[in-house]
Design a protein around this ligand. Structure first.
Ligand code: FAD
Length: 482
């Protein structure tokens, strides 16, 4: 029996699977589709996700496949006169199609020993006394200690748990796909330019091998709207461009809308949800995939602690209390951006006023810190650095911080050289080196790189270790109260 069953091998599920494997957790990843999806939804990753990729050693695989773009226009496409200065060693957007990101995530998951079963559709979830389980199409039942639904916006797991998905249904919709066209590239470019003057949601971009990426407005979708057909795409192209441009031979077609919803809870007993299963929002600003990967990064080590038996009481609940407010903020941010990109006179007036405000010191940075997730701060205690993620820093000996986080363990950076984590050495590494980029004498980082303690007092440090990493090996048995 696996420790954890993850439903859905999208970016959230695969990232979570790898995070769990870093701690030796047995993971079974179930995916409905037989093959990886070719659909290019996300077009890139933001600074915090890039940092996470570096912290887990995947950035070297992603960088050669991507293109580096400035983050400046990433709030509603507004371009202030001064470039934004972000507090990170990766102050850019990495343009890279979602299937490429998913490929790298999956390669690493397989290297780490994740068991992946494709062609397995989960149709039910059940909770038992000692854990939870799933039912597959055909009736097979599988059991584990925990089940995590990473099964996208229409999540079967979330619905099976009866968790409310409160929010607004889609009011706008689009069809997205890759097709061949009989129209020439020049004709397509002239038509696209003309249609975009009145409909910003229309776009056609040439890809390799005579294939074009197409997006065109369509009716707002609901949960049971069937996938689009080539005839529907042709009809929408005709409606907006005056011609179907000879669209044929679709490589893939999909539809999406601007529904904005947030799950009421992220956990019920031994079943949790993450990624799009927990939140959906308009694609403006490009945050959904980033949010899902960051959910997984927050949840992985906490769920591993529960499985491995060292979880301090209440740790797993901090997944929801930390990540749900982050998602609520992304919903606000994307909804605002969707409105600001409307061609209506009211939103245009707000947009021009906001563009003026974004020239004031700090305003542009504040908004881009939100879009990139660099500004995320968890309520772990009082103090300037507490709850923030640590930026990458260099040590005087030549080492850097982020590679030290690769194993997924906690890290104590001790510039005093006198602190110890002896009872926690199985969960926390120590680096006793100095850095010109670090003010406090010592900091304790969780496995997700967030700072949970600063200071130089040994007994104060022990309290923080107990709170975040459970009982010491030499102390009384762990509270083990996931
Ligand atoms: C047009 C568009 C553009 C976007 N652009 C961006 C962007 O630029 N940046 C960004 O960050 N995000 C973007 N997003 C959002 C991003 O694509 C999603 O947020 C992201 O894919 C969510 O990942 P996930 O793993 O949570 O869910 P998904 O990617 O939806 O993966 C869920 C997986 O679960 C599987 N599954 C579903 N049900 C079951 C079941 N019952 N049993 C087994 N398996 C199941 C599915 O087959 C799928 O593989 C965009 C989205 C759209 C539509």
């Amino acid at each position: 029996m696996p420790d954890v069953i993850i439903v859905g091998a999208g970016p959230t599920g695969v990232m979570l699977a790898s995070e769990l494997r870093l701690h030796g957790v047995e993971v079974l990843l179930l995916e409905r589709e037989l093959e990886p999806s070719p659909m290019v939804r996300a077009q890139g990753i933001h600074a915090r996700t890039i940092e996470i990729m570096e912290q887990r050693g995947m950035l070297d695989r992603l960088l050669p496949q991507g293109q580096v773009h400035p983050t400046d226009r990433f709030f509603a496409g507004i371009q202030p006169s001064e470039p934004v200065r972000l507090d990170t060693t990766h102050p850019y957007v990495l343009g890279i199609p979602q299937p490429e990101v998913e490929k790298v995530l999956m390669e690493r998951a397989v290297e780490l020993g994740v068991e992946v079963r494709r062609g397995c559709e989960v149709v039910g979830v059940h909770e038992g006394r000692d854990g939870a389980g799933v039912e597959l199409v055909g009736g097979e039942r599988l059991q584990a200690r925990f089940v995590v639904g990473c099964d996208g916006g229409r999540s079967t797991v979330r619905k099976a748990l009866g968790i409310e998905f409160a929010g607004e249904p889609a009011t706008s919709g689009w069809i997205l796909g890759e097709v061949e066209l009989t129209a020439t590239t020049e004709e397509v470019s002239a038509i696209t330019k003309r249609v975009r003057e009145t409909h910003k949601g229309f776009g056609i971009v040439p890809r390799d091998g005579g294939v074009f990426s197409v997006v065109t407005p369509a009716d707002p979708p609901s949960d049971d709207t069937p996938p689009p057909t080539i005839d529907e795409l042709r009809a929408q192209l005709t409606a907006y461009a005056g011609s179907d441009l000879g669209a044929h031979s679709p490589r893939w077609l999909s539809r999406f809308g601007d529904a904005t919803r947030l799950a009421e809870h992220y956990r019920r007993g031994s079943v949790l949800i993450a990624g799009d299963a927990a939140h959906v929002h308009p694609p403006q600003g490009g945050q959904g995939l980033n949010l899902g990967i960051q959910d997984a990064f927050n949840l992985g080590w906490k769920l591993a602690a529960a499985v491995r038996g060292w979880s301090p009481r209440g740790l797993l609940d901090t997944y929801e209390s930390e990540r749900r407010p982050v998602a609520a903020e992304v919903l606000t941010l994307t909804r605002a951006q969707a409105l600001l990109q409307s061609a209506e006179p009211g939103p245009r007036a707000v947009r021009s006023l906001l563009a003026e405000l974004m020239e004031l010191p700090g305003v542009h940075r504040h908004l881009i810190d939100k879009v990139t997730s660099l500004g995320i701060w968890y309520a772990v205690g009082e103090g300037e650095l507490l709850g923030q993620r640590s930026r990458d820093i260099a040590f005087t000996g030549g080492r850097r911080l982020y590679p030290l986080l690769r194993s997924g363990r906690g890290v104590l950076v001790d510039q005093t050289g006198s602190l110890t984590v002896s009872g926690w050495h199985d969960r926390v590494d120590v680096l006793a080196e100095r850095s010109d980029e670090l003010d406090p004498p010592a900091v304790l980082l969780r496995p997700d790189g967030h700072i949970v303690w600063v200071g130089d007092d040994e007994s104060d440090l022990e309290e923080a270790l107990l709170r975040w990493f459970g009982a010491s090996l030499s102390g009384p048995a762990a509270a083990n109260g996931a």
